[in-house]
Design a protein around this ligand. Structure first.
Ligand SMILES: [Zn+2]
Length: 201
């Protein structure tokens, strides 16, 4: 398990590969900082229409991006023209970094491997190449904020390939569905930012 407060990994208690609904539980306490460590699965919102959920999701990402900007001591954030890495952060009037921010409804320790579209890595690596700026993917879990700093040369592990596309126009869409898998114990940096985070369930 990995501590959502200090990031220390305790190998004596494994992070579950999968935590099913109804199986949420406390895994233990961190040996370094004594924070409680929970495996709590994803919860789905069902009471809103899909459109409302999308709009609320965008507003929520705006809010989260604003908190992140404050945390890193930057000035503001804006939209990029990229689908996969959709924010740019400015500091002192200059571009400071690129950012994609995603909120998860599960705790950090619910799933050992966390996934998102591989296209985010490809776009991130291209932006690093073109602009020579760092690119981050920030994942806001229920109990912590975590960050992946995209490495320009690393080959990230891809999940199972989608079925080979029959029509060329679907190729790009299909490619966006290939997942990349990250190990929450090894690949993510736990941020000191704790706004909107739970300490206990
Ligand atoms: Zn800790």
């Amino acid at each position: 398990m990995i501590c959502p407060k200090c990031g220390s990994v305790d190998k004596s208690i494994p992070t579950p590969g999968l935590t099913k609904r109804g199986q949420g539980r406390k895994l233990g306490k961190c040996k370094e900082c004594s924070a409680s460590i929970w495996a709590m699965p994803t919860t789905k919102l069902s009471e809103h229409s899909q459109l409302e959920t999308v709009e609320q999701g965008e507003e929520r990402e705006e809010l989260l991006a604003g908190l992140y900007v404050k945390h890193v001591g930057a000035d503001e954030h804006g939209k990029t023209n990229e689908i996969d890495i959709d924010r740019v952060i400015y500091k002192d009037g200059e571009k400071h970094c690129y950012l994609e921010i995603k909120e998860r409804s599960n705790s950090l320790n619910a799933y050992k491997m966390t996934q998102f579209p591989y296209a985010k890595i490809e776009t991130g690596q291209r932006l690093m190449d073109e602009e020579n700026l760092p690119v981050y993917i920030v994942l806001k879990f229920t109990d912590c904020w975590a960050r992946l700093t995209i490495n320009a040369t690393r080959e990230y592990e891809k999940g199972s390939q989608p079925f080979a596309p029959r029509y060329r126009q679907y190729q790009q869409f299909r490619q966006r569905q290939v997942p990349v898998k990250l190990d929450v114990e090894k690949d993510l940096e736990i941020l000191k930012l704790r706004d909107l985070c739970l300490d206990e369930y």
